[in-house]
Design a protein around this ligand. Structure first.
Ligand code: SF4
Ligand code: SF4
Length: 453
């Protein structure tokens, strides 16, 4: 029997209408705007000034803390400005603006397509390459990958899980890379397996992606006979259910281990990495290529051309839209990410980030919310919640600002998956209130443990 996670979950319609679109390389724009806040943690510190000439792959931002990452130029050209610019949500963030001139890459980067499958013996070399090339988690959290691969003292992983679930409707970028770059992803997994010192790697893919399952299984089989570095790897077909791609849900599905409230995967001996991160790890270690491009799904029923594009980091969304035929007249909302967990884009001049996986266009009819009515205490939201929470209660507590009770009822564990909102027959905007309350409760919890000034 196919496995899945054991608590809650919903079954939204797939709508993966771009699944058949092979990855196309988007031409480099005339100007890129590269954010210094590409990752979770402290934004990078710019190390270039206006007038500097840069090459593709050159460092333009350095980590500004333990949880931070290098940022590289995704193009060659001249730095025009360094300063605040609005991001996808409309917030001012430091960007480096670069006017493109040709495409001259830094020396030492292998841009060939030749598969480099030999896993280096030196673990520190692998970690240094991952860190030095600015790899961050591409499954949504953008946590610096080198930090995640080095658990704190006393914690040890025994399994690496690759997340190939891509459970959100519409998204197909992971699906395409699993088909088109399967061997590279498996090599990336072997590199992370080496760093973690684990014997088992499971690549979890949902049942609705048979072609990806076949290609990844073939890559695992083929590489297993080439070296012991590829032993202990398997593809696991998972029963389709949203949010299977959530770290805690995927660990439950694959291992039946439960991560406790406010706990981390490493507490149960697991490390989860996205398949796109594994590809970035391959390129960083085996090709010395910094994370300067990523695959972005551009989709939506109202959009003229469904696509999966290889996009240089820092490309303005408006450039992508123009390349694909312009903004559809009936598009009412643009989302970065999927319809369940993605964030509304308020600024089409904003540029893509390392973690941008999708640009989704929805019509007014697709985004219109039905009028809210009273809670009928049906319990559907609690049944759907994959974290075992009671969204109807959290909603009530949040509306009344009852932070102590919210904490006691574990609002901080909410993964903002939207299952409660999706399932509520009374159309109550549960997540809107819960998200704000969660932010406030986490702020209070952190202030208790913060060092006194
Ligand atoms: S958004 Fe939060 S409360 Fe709602 S179902 Fe998901 S985890 Fe539960
Ligand atoms: S699903 Fe909606 S109506 Fe049902 S209990 Fe939850 S909040 Fe109330």
């Amino acid at each position: 029997m196919m496995k899945t996670f054991s608590i809650g979950g919903v079954h939204p319609d797939d709508r993966k209408i771009s699944a058949g679109c092979a990855i196309e390389v988007l031409p480099v724009p005339k100007t890129v705007y590269i954010s210094m806040a590409q990752h979770l943690g402290a934004p990078a510190k710019p190390v270039v000034v206006p007038g500097d000439k840069v090459k593709t792959g050159q460092i333009i931002g350095e980590p500004a803390g333990f949880i931070s990452a290098f940022v590289h130029s995704s193009v060659s050209g001249t730095v025009k400005s360094v300063g605040p610019r609005k991001d996808l949500a409309g917030n001012p963030v430091t960007h480096v603006e670069i006017e493109v001139d040709g495409d001259e890459w830094m020396e030492g980067i292998d841009t060939s397509d030749t598969l480099a499958a030999e896993v280096p013996a030196d673990v520190q070399f692998i970690i240094d390459r991952i860190k030095g090339n600015g790899v961050v988690g591409l499954g949504g959290a953008t946590f610096p990958t080198n930090v995640k691969l080095c658990p704190p003292p006393g914690k040890k992983a025994d399994i690496l899980i690759l997340n190939g679930a891509e459970c959100e409707p519409y998204l197909t970028s992971d699906y395409r890379i699993m088909i088109e770059k399967s061997r590279q992803i498996v090599v990336g997994a072997a590199l992370m397996k080496k760093v973690l010192g684990v014997g088992r790697v499971v690549i979890g893919i949902e049942e609705n992606k048979p072609e990806a399952i076949a290609m990844m299984s073939e890559a695992v089989r083929e590489l297993a006979v080439s070296s012991p570095d590829y032993a202990g790897m398997e593809v696991m077909t998972l029963k389709k259910k949203y949010p299977q791609g959530g770290e805690k849900q995927l660990i439950d599905a694959v291992t039946r281990r439960q991560v406790k409230s406010m706990g981390l995967p490493i507490d149960v001996g697991a490390v989860v990495q996205n398949v796109a991160t594994s590809l970035a790890v391959y390129e960083a270690v085996q090709k010395n290529k910094p994370l300067i491009d990523n695959t972005v799904t551009v989709t939506g029923e109202c959009f003229p051309k469904q696509s999966n594009l290889l996009v240089r980091v820092g490309t303005p969304l408006s450039y992508i839209i123009d390349f694909l035929g312009g903004m559809p007249a009936d598009a009412a909302k643009v989302i970065s990410g999927g319809p369940m967990m993605g964030k509304a884009v308020s600024n089409l001049d904003a540029a893509t980030l390392k973690g941008t996986s999708s640009v989704l266009f929805l019509t007014e009819a697709q985004t219109r919310r039905k009028p809210e009515t009273n809670c009928i205490r049906c319990g559907k939201c609690a049944e759907a919640c994959p974290m075992g929470l009671e969204p109807f209660l959290l909603n009530k507590l949040a509306r009344n600002g009852m932070t102590d009770e919210l904490e006691q009822n574990a609002v901080q564990d909410c993964i903002e998956c939207g299952c409660c909102l999706y399932t509520c027959p009374a159309n109550i905007p549960l997540l809107d209130y819960i998200r704000v309350a969660k932010g406030e409760v986490i702020r209070i919890m952190r202030s208790r443990t913060a060092p006194k000034k």
